[in-house]
Design a protein around this ligand. Structure first.
Ligand SMILES: [Mn+2]
Length: 396
């Protein structure tokens, strides 16, 4: 029976901590009549992989467990849709307006790639008993909040939730097959950009160990899926609505102070900015994750250190930010701008946010979107800078 072996340098302490989590999970879920593994809204490959792995783990621990895999929002990106169809076609989508009616029926809910205090999952919308949130497996920075899952496994240093689930799978000595391995491998690959960002030894272990079990054909089907024409139209719109702004020159003698310790979310600090900032506006997104896809793409432009994408999807503004410097604080930047008007979260180099504008006309939404631009530029020290359109050939 093939299975993953834990890293050889794992201390006995670390191994037994993992084993305790597994035992606790089994005993907490025993006799629950209805269990939901819940991914965050608009799931990405890491959330799908971690959700699928947790569902499989629960079935391994409790073969007759009545477990459902689900998410809110929509799976947009073609790669992610294909992954969901090939790996977890049984996963259910719960619309936000049904969350209040559907979720209380579950006696236990387990969160993957998110945590109770985050605003990007369906529990955020409703009053759900916190003691029934049995597990949170997440790698996003913790919020200042008392709301914790019973087993609260949040490790922000790790590159992917799929990495954490690989550890669970190895600890439980659960059989690993190609589908599970491919899902977890792609989840890690996508969240860490092939181990090139935000990576720990645990990510390298999981990525390497899983690679031996990957079904290359399945991985190719997901990663190199053919893209619909609407994708290219969306990219074209994005390119036409992208502006570049020069980063401010660093003031001589003004060394960036090393403020360690207390996080203050309200007070943005100097952000590392060099070269250019791109700002892309997407006035009519067909899917909410288009914003992150465009931000990813723009950050690949040479001499760009910040890529900001602001879009409109349904009745909300969607913010996606990418930074290239590991000491950037993209999460803090987005939180400081969204404030209490919406939800935000993220890591140092990637972050996102949502602002709901339910009773606004299309024109008002567009106006709201425009007001965000100077606020982002000001926070990056480029408030006074004149931008130029990316597609303007006479630009620098
Ligand atoms: Mn993730």
């Amino acid at each position: 029976m093939p299975h993953l072996s834990l890293p050889v340098d794992f201390s006995t302490q670390r191994i037994s901590a993992g084993e305790r989590r597994i035992q606790q999970l089994r005993s907490l879920l025993t006799d629950r009549r209805n269990i939901l593994v819940l991914m965050h809204n608009d799931p990405d490959p890491d959330a799908i992989a971690a959700g699928y792995a947790l569902e499989r783990l629960i079935r391994h621990l409790l073969p007759d467990a009545p477990v459902t895999l689900g998410h809110g929002g929509m799976i947009g990106r073609a790669e992610n849709r294909t992954m969901a169809q090939l790996i977890a076609p049984h996963a259910i989508r719960i619309p936000t307006f049904e969350a209040g009616a559907v979720l209380p029926a579950y006696e236990a809910i387990l969160l993957v790639d998110t945590q109770p205090s985050a605003g990007n999952h369906l529990l955020y919308e409703i009053d759900y008993p916190p003691e029934q949130v049995i597990l949170a497996v997440d790698h996003h920075p913790p919020k200042r909040s008392q709301t914790r899952a019973v087993i609260h496994d949040v490790r922000p240093e790790v590159g992917a939730a799929a990495t954490l689930m690989a550890e669970y799978v190895a600890t439980a000595e659960m059989e690993i097959d190609e589908t599970l391995a491919t899902a977890l491998f792609y989840g890690i690959k996508s969240d860490t950009r092939g181990l090139s960002r935000h990576t720990t030894d645990l990510d390298i272990w999981a990525y390497t160990a899983l690679r031996n079990f990957v079904n290359t054909e399945l991985l190719n089907q997901i990663e190199h899926v053919q893209l619909p024409r609407s994708y290219f139209r969306g990219i074209s719109d994005a390119l036409m609505n992208t502006m570049l702004y020069r980063c401010p020159e660093p003031e001589p003698g003004k060394a960036s102070q090393d403020k360690q310790g207390e996080e203050d979310e309200e007070e943005p600090e100097d952000q590392p900015c060099s070269g250019y900032i791109t700002v892309s506006l997407l006035f009519q997104m067909k899917r909410p994750d288009m914003a992150s896809e465009v931000a990813d793409l723009m950050l690949r432009m040479e001499d760009v250190s910040w890529a900001i994408c602001l879009g409109i999807f349904d009745d909300r503004l969607v913010i996606s930010v990418r930074a290239d410097k590991p000491n950037a604080q993209a999460g803090r930047l987005v939180r400081s701008i969204v404030g209490k008007t919406g939800t935000a979260g993220g890591h140092d180099t990637m972050a996102g946010g949502r602002i709901h504008v339910p009773n606004a006309s299309p024109a008002q939404r567009i106006a709201e979107l425009h007001t965000l631009v100077p606020r982002f530029l000001q926070s990056l020290g480029a408030g006074e800078v004149a931008g130029f359109p990316l597609l303007d050939k006479s630009g620098p």
